[in-house]
Ligand binder design. Structure first.
Ligand SMILES: Nc1ncnc2c1ncn2[C@@H]1O[C@H](COP(=O)(O)OP(=O)(O)OP(=O)(O)O)[C@@H](O)[C@H]1O
Length: 286
């Protein structure tokens, strides 16, 4: 008989401990600690300028060289804080989706060529097999006519289509962790709902864990199970999203909840209104 001590306890995909980031004399992030478990979606919520993007960059290994960093960032158990993205081994690589899909994609290269690359480079597929895989992934993103789409350049797509191509690109990398930094902020409400749904379905299906960076509690509640809330680079509250929504402790969290409840569906288009949740729905969707 196996004893309890031999049962394996899941280990975090991402474990951040005492993260500090300083640029010159400005302390941007201070003593931040949180975990993301396998398959879990955690949001890092905070106002503009609270240090969310710098935290995301630290996890991705994309901090500017002059940033001073302290603490620990473990990805799949391996210390990665001092490793820029280009020097990371396959198991500590993190895929990413950014707010600005236009600048995230190469404007001169077709969607097909960009989407084929991770399949060829990381998964050893032939060009033909990579093209098939790219088209299948685009189709699964509810993007019409993948055959034509792969021949287009990023500027020939709408913002929502482009963001779904970016999600496809991140999924093609098949990493254990994805960081999505405000991926819906630049989109209208209907397109936001489509992009959030694509993120949810694809991470559910692949088991990819996600760190979702946002200032939008409504978007977070549609996607994430847990939240880490930061203010001026310091964590002020964290926990299950439904608990934070029903019983916010900190004044900033209370403001976030109040702001999310104040979204008036009547000011939106009928389709958008259908996508906007009432306070009760906000909870149900968390
Ligand atoms: N290149 C830089 N050098 C020094 N400080 C910077 C630099 N870029 C941003 N900052 C400062 O770092 C702080 C955190 O910025 P960060 O971009 O991480 O915030 P954020 O929470 O992601 O905000 P937003 O939601 O607006 O993107 C801000 O106070 C900002 O003024």
């Amino acid at each position: 008989m196996r004893s309890n001590s031999t049962l394996s306890v899941p280990k975090p995909v991402l474990s951040v401990r005492g993260l500090g980031i300083q640029i010159g004399r400005q302390q941007i992030v201070d003593g931040l600690s949180f975990d993301v478990m396998p398959g879990e979606r955690v949001c890092l919520l905070g106002a503009s300028g609270s240090g969310k993007s710098f935290t995301a960059k630290a996890v991705l290994g994309l901090l500017p060289p002059h940033a001073q960093v302290e603490g620990s960032i473990r990805i799949q158990g391996q210390e990665a804080i001092a490793l820029p993205a280009a020097r990371r081994r396959a198991e500590t690589r993190v895929s990413m989706v950014f707010q600005d899909s236009l600048s995230a994609l190469n404007p001169l290269v077709s969607i097909g060529s960009q989407l084929r690359e991770p399949f060829i480079r990381h998964h050893g597929l032939s060009r033909k097999a990579a093209t098939q895989a790219a088209m299948a992934l685009l189709a699964s993103m509810d993007l019409p006519d993948p055959k034509r789409l792969i021949q287009r350049t990023p500027a020939e797509l709408s913002g929502g289509q482009r963001q779904r191509v970016c999600i496809a690109l991140a999924m093609a990398c098949k990493t254990s962790l994805m960081v999505a930094d405000e991926p819906t902020t630049a989109l209208d409400v209907v397109t936001q709902a489509q992009v959030l749904s694509a993120l949810r379905e694809h991470t559910d299906h692949s088991g990819t864990a996600m760190l979702f960076i946002t200032h939008d509690l409504h978007a977070a509640s549609q996607l994430c199970q847990r939240a880490v809330i930061i203010e001026r680079g310091v964590m002020i509250e964290s926990g299950e999203l439904d608990t934070l929504i029903t019983d916010p402790q900190h004044a900033f969290t209370q403001e976030l909840v109040a702001a999310a409840h104040n979204v008036q569906p009547s000011t939106l288009s009928p389709q958008a209104a259908a996508d906007v949740l009432t306070p009760n729905d906000l909870l149900k969707s968390a």
